[in-house]
Design a protein around this ligand. Structure first.
Ligand SMILES: NC(=O)c1ccc[n+]([C@@H]2O[C@H](COP(=O)([O-])OP(=O)(O)OC[C@H]3O[C@@H](n4cnc5c(N)ncnc54)[C@H](O)[C@@H]3O)[C@@H](O)[C@H]2O)c1
Length: 266
């Protein structure tokens, strides 16, 4: 353990978790080190140094993490979010879990009670600063996401089948609160927009599957009091996650806990 380094607990050792682990363990200049890695299927972490593997998530408190990052599944926040926040800071990447209003309130109350922090990574969303700063101004916030059908996880929306979608198809249009349980692994960016801005009930979500696309396209629009902001991001996909997700996730962890000197945006 290096003195002064912040310790990061990693839950989920898949596409993003593996990248975060490799970066933290190979770049001492970040000022971060791995407190533990936990993955539900233990064979995925079998090659890691045994001292870093956590066998049971319920034992996380023994590892002295300054921040625990979830890169696994919304279920982790449902089952362990409050227990984690009672002990340490917590950053869920699968923040569709927070569309459950009771869970969101429980997590925020726990964080206030224990003086810990619930970090929301911006992920695919460009403009969380504007969404947050303009909360009093925005009358309308809208996020439209278009992706190829094979990049969706349809397990909670079995009425759709990727192989049957042959042209541009609207999967959902309505409040962000309603889209999160239907596509929990695909619409974390919708949850981030809602959390940063005017909430899950007032934010409008549109989700489209388009076989002609090879990238995911996200458009975010904010309007109010004559102010208009519109941003678009196009991102190549790998599984349910975009390629830019890797660098964005690491940057959020570094912004929360990394060593800072020199130029710093805030
Ligand atoms: N916030 C964002 O912008 C954003 C962007 C992309 C992905 N995500 C979310 O981040 C998560 C990880 O994405 P990924 O592309 O790395 O996925 P992945 O499928 O490649 O990896 C997930 C890993 O977590 C493990 N896992 C699943 N359920 C678990 C549980 N309950 N406890 C412990 N481990 C568990 C799996 O075995 C797997 O190794 C997903 O839920 C995804 O929806 C968020």
């Amino acid at each position: 353990m290096s003195q002064g380094n912040k310790r990061i607990g990693i839950i989920g050792y898949g596409y993003i978790g593996k990248y975060v682990y490799e970066q933290l363990t190979s770049r001492p200049e970040l000022g971060l080190e791995v407190a533990f890695v936990y993955n539900r299927s233990p064979e995925k972490t079998a090659a890691l140094p045994p001292r870093l593997i956590l066998d049971q998530l319920g034992h996380f408190a023994d590892r002295g993490a300054d921040l625990v990052v979830e890169l696994a599944h919304p279920r982790v926040t449902q089952e362990y979010g409050a227990a984690l926040l009672a002990v340490t800071d917590y950053m869920p990447l699968s923040m569709t879990a927070l569309a459950d209003a009771a869970l969101e309130q429980e997590l925020l109350a726990t964080a206030r009670r224990h003086d810990t922090c619930l970090y929301i990574p911006h992920g695919a969303v460009i403009g969380t600063d504007a969404l947050e700063e303009g909360r009093q101004i925005w009358e309308e916030v809208r996020i439209t996401m278009k992706k190829p059908p094979h990049t969706f996880d349809f397990s909670a929306a079995p009425q759709f089948r990727a192989e049957e979608i042959r042209s541009e198809t609207l999967l959902y249009e309505g409040p962000t609160r309603g889209i999160c349980p239907l596509f929990p692994r695909n619409v974390n960016s919708h949850a981030a927009v809602a959390l940063a801005g005017i909430g899950f009930d007032r934010t409008h979500s549109v989700l489209v599957a388009d076989p002609a696309l090879e990238v995911s396209v996200i458009e975010i629009e904010m309007r109010g009091q004559g102010v208009e902001v519109k941003v678009q991001r196009r991102n190549p996909m790998k599984g349910v996650s975009g390629v830019f997700t890797l660098v964005s996730s690491l940057a959020s962890i570094c912004r929360a806990k990394g060593r800072h000197s020199g130029l710093q945006f805030c």
